[in-house]
Every structure is written in structure tokens, then in C-alpha cells.
Write a protein that binds this ligand. Structure first.
Ligand code: NAD
Length: 359
């Protein structure tokens, strides 16, 4: 963290089209020469792995190996297998290219080995800017925070995000927005963080609908990426509250998809906290187009424009899980602006499950 209370360090972040070509220089600058490249399964993961291999070999840097086993929620067995591979290939650093799932595996390997970790994010999860790692083992997700988990360098190349489908952009972008929203009312928020958060929220609220309207809009994708970076900084610098704890419960215990769950829950979590955060609600409304001074309205308008699913039941959550989710959420200890009231929390989860708009 610097003196302003944020984890922003301009020497650790590179932006711009084709910035990925600077990867060999950054690997050398960190004193390394033989990276393990991490990607995800699927067409884009394979293409990203091949792209990095070509850039590295053209610059006479040989990748130790390419591994495409990363999956969501960083399961420990996947990490243990990757660790064996990393050791057997004698890699001396880690490069993760992909969404939060790939970055999670990179963090899990880096904290276990002490190897430097370069991230090339291709979604808006913000994970690359945080010292936080969530891992699943036997169906339970456990999160820890350690300054050593924070990646060493990040390359944001908009070209690599052009293939991200608009629907994935939308949910991933609202996931980033949620980091900034909760940092506005975090117990340890600062004026610097609030400024970054409002800029990040505004940037995403403007750019995401533009991406949905025209998925080839490079400028909108560039602005969304920049805003997501700011939101990631907010997550890495602030204590999260009800929204993140609830999404963690829903994702970890009911196997719901990460970014989609954040997208559905955000307006409801903000509505629950609204009576305790009048000033924040005003600030939030001021950066949400179409809010007419009402932040909840602004969030509902945004999600309508993004044409995303609003119901947890669409992702397989059962009605009988509402009580269990309420019970787990009530048992968690953390600071939240409004005290946790069982009936209110149950109603929040029920509305999100049913897909009713927040109010
Ligand atoms: P993800 O990484 O699973 O990616 C979502 C989908 O997008 C995947 O199918 C992936 O293959 C695809 N994809 C990624 N980039 C693409 C591209 N350029 N073109 C086409 N397809 C592409 O999802 P996510 O939302 O980025 O990350 C979720 C994970 O990140 C969760 O495990 C979550 O816990 C973690 N996370 C961690 C933090 C943190 O600070 N620790 C913060 C946010 C999220």
C-alpha cells in the first residue's frame, strides 16, 4: 500500500493495445527466464497460451510449459497437480492469462512456491489487484489474505478482451463494480478509495451497455478494463461486507457461478444496507446513468440494459436453499453498515432467488 491507502503502483501495471508483447521484457526485469504459463480450457485459453508461447520464443525466452487446467473457485486438487508440473518443468516464474479462475491458480502456486507471478487479465474480475485468494477443498471455499499473494506485475491488453462475449463482459463488469460499491461503505474506506470507486463504477456503468450494444467497440472495452482495474484496487484495499460475504456463501455452498451471482445480488445487498448509508447512496446515484437520484433504480436500470438474468433459481438454486443460505450468512462475523437482521436477510435472498427487482 502507498501513502494514499491504495495498492496502486504505476511501475507494476501496463495498459494498452499490444502491451502483451512486452511480456518477455517484464519477465527479464523480474530476473526470470522460464515461465509456467497458466490458461483455462477451451478455445480462447488454448489461443492465449499459443500467443504467449510465440511472443516468448520470438524473444528467445522459452516457456517451461503451458498448463490449461484452471477452473473456477481454485480447487486444491487442481493446484496440487499444477504444483507437481511446475516443479517437474523447473519453471522460475508464473504467468497467468485469463479470467479470475486462472489468476486464482497463479496466486495459489505463487504463494506455495514464492515464485513471481505476472497476470494478464482477460475479464474484469479485479483479482489481479488483490492479495486475496479463495480456494475450495471438499466443497468448502476458504479465503485468505496475504501481501505475498498480490501479483508482481499486471498487463492489461484490450486486444485480449475482444473475444469475451458481451454477456460475460456484463456479469464480470458488475462483479468489478460490486468491489467498488462495497469499498464506499467499508469500515476502512478512505477518501482516495472513494474517489477511485466512484470513477470505476461510473466507467463500468457507461461502458458495459455500450459493449452489449456493439461487442466490437474497442473504446468501450478499453474503458471497461480501466474501470475494472480501479475496482480491483478498491477490493484489494478495503474490507468487504454483506454483498461479498453473501456471494461467497452462495458460490461456495450452492455451487452458483461467481460473476452471475454477484450481478444478481448487488442491487439487493445495496438496498438492504441503504437505510444505514444515506450519503453513499447519494454518491452512488450520482454516477449511475438513469438513476434519477435513486441508486437502486440506477442499478436496476443498468441490469435491464445489460439483459442479464436476475434470478438465482435460473442457475439451479432451490427454494429450500433460501433458509440454509440465510443461516450461513447470519453465522458469519464481519463489519456491515446495517446490523444483520434474519428476516431482512432472508427476504433479500428470496428476492434474488425469485428474480424480483431490488427495492
Ligand atoms: P472465469 O475466469 O471463470 O472466466 C469466465 C469465462 O470467461 C470462462 O469460461 C473463461 O474461459 C472465459 N474467458 C475468459 N477470458 C476470455 C476471453 N478473452 N475471451 C473469451 N472467453 C474468455 O471467471 P471470472 O469471473 O473472471 O473469475 C471468477 C473467479 O475469480 C472465481 O473463482 C472468483 O472466486 C475469483 N475472483 C477472485 C478475486 C480475488 O480478489 N481473489 C476477485 C474476483 C474474482
Amino acid at each position: 500500500m502507498d501513502a494514499s491507502g491504495t495498492s496502486i503502483d504505476p511501475d507494476k501495471v501496463l495498459f494498452g493495445s499490444k502491451s502483451v508483447t512486452k511480456l518477455p521484457d517484464e519477465i527479464k526485469r523480474l530476473g526470470n527466464s522460464s515461465p509456467l504459463i497458466l490458461t483455462s480450457k477451451g478455445r480462447n485459453g488454448v489461443a492465449h497460451g499459443q500467443l504467449l508461447a510465440k511472443i516468448l520464443t520470438d524473444a528467445s525466452t522459452t516457456p517451461a510449459a503451458i498448463l490449461n487446467t484452471a477452473v473456477m473457485h481454485t480447487p486444491k486438487p487442481v493446484t496440487e497437480e499444477a504444483l507437481e508440473r511446475l516443479k517437474s518443468q523447473a519453471a522460475d516464474c508464473i504467468v497467468s492469462i485469463g479470467g479470475g479462475s486462472v489468476i486464482g491458480l497463479g496466486k495459489a502456486l505463487s504463494i506455495r512456491t514464492g515464485l513471481k507471478h505476472i497476470c494478464i487479465p482477460t475479464t474484469y474480475s479485479g483479482s489481479e489487484m488483490t492479495p486475496i485468494l479463495g480456494e475450495t477443498d471438499n466443497g468448502r471455499k476458504v479465503t485468505r489474505s496475504d501481501p505475498k499473494i498480490l501479483p508482481d506485475f499486471v498487463i492489461y491488453d484490450v486486444d485480449l478482451t475482444m473475444s469475451l462475449p458481451a454477456a460475460v463482459c456484463s456479469c464480470s463488469g458488475v462483479n468489478a463494480m460490486a468491489h467498488a460499491v462495497e469499498s464506499l461503505y467499508a469500515v476502512n474506506t478512505t477518501p482516495a478509495i472513494s474517489k477511485l470507486a466512484l470513477e470505476g463504477i461510473k466507467g463500468l456503468a457507461e461502458a458495459l451497455p455500450e459493449i452489449v450494444q456493439d461487442p466490437t467497440d474497442r473504446s468501450a472495452r478499453e474503458r471497461a478494463q480501466h474501470a475494472a482495474w480501479l475496482c480491483g484496487v478498491c477490493l484489494g484495499s478495503s474490507a468487504m461486507a454483506l454483498h461479498h460475504k453473501l456471494c461467497h456463501t452462495l458460490g461456495g455452498s450452492f455451487d452458483l457461478p461467481h460473476a452471475e451471482t454477484h450481478t444478481i445480488v448487488l442491487p439487493h445487498a445495496v438496498a438492504y444496507n441503504a437505510p444505514a448509508i444515506a450519503d453513499t447512496m447519494e454518491k452512488l446515484a450520482s454516477v449511475l446513468p438513469g438513476s434519477e437520484g435513486d441508486a437502486i433504480r440506477g442499478l436496476n436500470v443498468l441490469l435491464e440494459k445489460l439483459e442479464v438474468s436476475r434470478a438465482l433459481k435460473d442457475f439451479g438454486m432451490r427454494e429450500e436453499d433460501i433458509d440454509k443460505a440465510t443461516e450461513i450468512t447470519m453465522s458469519l462475523q464481519y463489519a456491515n453498515p446495517r446490523p444483520m437482521e434474519q428476516d431482512g436477510i432472508r427476504e433479500l435472498i428470496r428476492r434474488a432467488w425469485a428474480g424480483e427487482p431490488a427495492r
